[in-house]
Structures are given as C-alpha cells and as structure tokens.
Ligand binder design. Structure first.
Ligand code: SF4
Length: 348
C-alpha cells in the first residue's frame, strides 16, 4: 500500500494585495508573495495547478487549491466567481478534492457566503492578527474584534473548516496582549491557527513608522519565547499550529525587502527547539545535584528539536549549566512530547 501523507497537498495561487480596501500598516504583499501584484489569468491558474499536479507523485490524503495573499471575498463578485469556476473545474474532474482561501473577517457577510455556497470550498482562513481593537486601529486593519467573532461564528455554523491567523509584535501590542488574543481565538474553536511575527517590510507603511522611531520590532529571541508560549497554549487546547513564521519565499530572502524584525527562515524550528529547551531547564531546576554528564532520552523524531538549530540547545546547556558532556539517547518507546532528563520523565 503506498505511503499517504496525513496533510493535504495545498496548491497555492497568490492574489497579492487584491481585494483589500486599504493597506494594513505591516503589509507589503508583493514582497511576501514574491509576486508582481497582478491577478493571475485563467490560463496561468490552470497552468500552475497542472504544474503542481504533474510533479506530485506522492500520495496525499487530499489535494486543495488555495487562493491567498489578499482578501478573497473582498474581490469583486465577478472576479471571485470566475476564480472559483476555474478552480472548481479541477474538483469536478476529480483531480482536486476541494478549495480554500484566506480573507479578512469583515468580508464574511451573508451575501458573500451565499456566493461561495455552491462551490466545493472546504477551508476558510481569517486574517485576525489581533483581538484588541486599539491594536487593530493602529494597524489600520479597518475591522474590529467583533467582526472576527461574527465571521468565525458564521463560518463554523456553515460547516467550513476554520483557520485563524494571528500576529505578534504588532504596533501597540505586547506579550500580554498576544496571549489575550490567543485565549480569545481558542474560544472561537478554530480547526488550526498560524502565528506570524511582525516584520518591517520595505514597501509597507510600517517602514515609515520604523524610520521615524514610532515602531520598534521584537527582538528575535523574545519573539521565539513568546511564540513558544502561544504554541503551548493552542496545543493544550488541541488546536494545531500549522505554521509559525513567514515562508522563506524569494521576496523575503532578499535582505533589501526586510528592513527589520524577527525573521529567520527556520523560525518554526527555532520555536520548537525553545519549547524543548525550556522543558529540559524545568527538569534541571528540580535536580538536587548536577552531574557533569547529562543524558537526555527522546523519541527519534524529536532529536533535531532537542539539539536545537545548529545544536544551540546543547551549547546553551553546556554554557549555562556546565555540563561537560551531553548524550542524547533515542528511544522509540519515549513519546514524541516526552523527555527523560537524567532519571526524570517530563512532558512538554
Ligand atoms: S488585509 Fe491582508 S493583504 Fe490586505 S492589506 Fe491587510 S494584510 Fe495586506
């Protein structure tokens, strides 16, 4: 029997900064998507989907076409329907299972939901960013937390799979505010979330605020620690965090596109490594005496998280706790979220 990936294959179609009535202060979608800001033509969409399908030899649990990068239901109705018609044709032919898109909370209105009802849309992601109205206003989002609650409720009631995106390090926000936003997102019962650090992109209004000293981005280590706390909050509530940090797209890899902010191409890995390091440090705090040699037992799939990126966790433990030697023991019988630190078993 062939190996089947648990996750769906998502075929991304970018609609950069289209469908947005204004510009959020942190947004430079042309940089984020590496695209020129044009709506793809029907032929380009078909060619892109066929390109993905042609090199997809692996077997996925399902295949979705995804419109993202702008605000899908903020597009003109005729454009929305044309894009859905093109994508739905692949579903009708049985080569794609369903569709998904990202959109702003204030676009989830009854008339727009009626537009998409006849189409095989399975998943809708809302760009929430914050549940604090003061932060949303500073960011010029043009919607409120109440809009997000109404949108999430409508989507869940209509049976859509719901994804929520939040940001950390927004102007006017802090760690406490981000944790409060996360708790409010938990109450909306999403099927998954994404967490993005705020970056100062050169083409965004935030770049001007940064240059004038009005905005200072998060330090990357503080950002990693905050996102680790958010991840654990969502995990404790059985909500998968499917992404932490922006994709290392061509646009972001160009240093000229980013003026400042906590960007790292392996941001998610750094967060997972921090979570494991914090768990190890908690176990060490309970130890009565420190041996010179530390053994850490872990499930084989977790070894890179135990080591941390470039073995930064091991270097930290050697530097701050004085271990001369650290041995990592892989054991299939240890659970993926369990560690054996010395003779202590802990979960994270
Ligand atoms: S809604 Fe999204 S795509 Fe539109 S301006 Fe704001 S961040 Fe950019």
């Amino acid at each position: 029997m062939p190996f089947v990936h648990e996750r769906p294959l998502v075929i991304p179609l970018f609609i950069p900064h289209l469908g947005c009535p204004h510009r959020c202060v942190f947004c430079d979608q042309r940089t984020i998507t590496g695209s020129g800001g044009q709506l793809p033509t029907p032929d380009q969409i078909r060619a892109e989907v066929n390109r993905y399908l042609s090199f997809t030899h692996k077997h996925y649990s399902s295949i979705q076409i995804s419109f993202f990068g702008g605000s899908f239901l903020g597009l003109d109705q005729a454009v929305t329907l044309q894009l859905l018609d093109i994508a739905a044709d692949f579903v009708d032919r049985g080569v794609v299972d369903s569709l998904r898109f990202s959109t702003r909370p204030d676009t989830i209105r009854p008339d727009r939901l009626a537009d998409i009802a006849p189409y095989p849309v399975k998943t809708v992601e809302l760009g929430v960013q914050s549940m604090n109205d003061a932060v949303l206003a500073v960011c010029r989002r043009g919607h409120t937390a109440t809009d997000t609650i109404a949108a999430a409720t409508r989507l869940k009631d209509a049976g859509y799979q719901l994804g929520l995106q939040m940001m950390v390090g927004l102007p006017g926000d802090d760690d406490h505010g981000a944790m409060t936003t996360a708790r409010q997102l938990v109450r909306l019962n999403p099927d998954f979330v994404r967490i993005y650090p705020t970056l100062v992109l050169s083409g965004s209004p935030l770049a001007r605020m940064h240059r004038s000293g009005q905005y200072q981005p998060m330090d990357i280590d503080a950002c990693i620690r905050l996102v680790a706390r958010l991840y654990l909050l969502f995990k404790a509530n059985d909500i998968p965090v499917v992404r932490m940090g922006l994709q290392a797209s061509d646009g972001l890899a160009d240093p000229g596109a980013r003026l400042a902010g906590p960007y790292h191409p392996a941001f998610g890995h750094l967060v997972h490594g921090q979570i494991v390091l914090d768990a190890i440090c908690r176990a060490l705090a309970d130890m009565k005496a420190f041996p010179h040699r530390l053994t850490i037992g872990t499930h084989p799939s977790m070894i890179s998280r135990v080591q941390g990126l470039n073995k930064r966790n091991l270097h930290y433990l050697q530097k701050h706790h004085g271990f001369k030697k650290i041995s990592i023991i892989q054991d299939e019988n240890i659970k993926p979220d369990q560690l054996i630190v010395g003779d202590q078993s802990i979960y994270f």
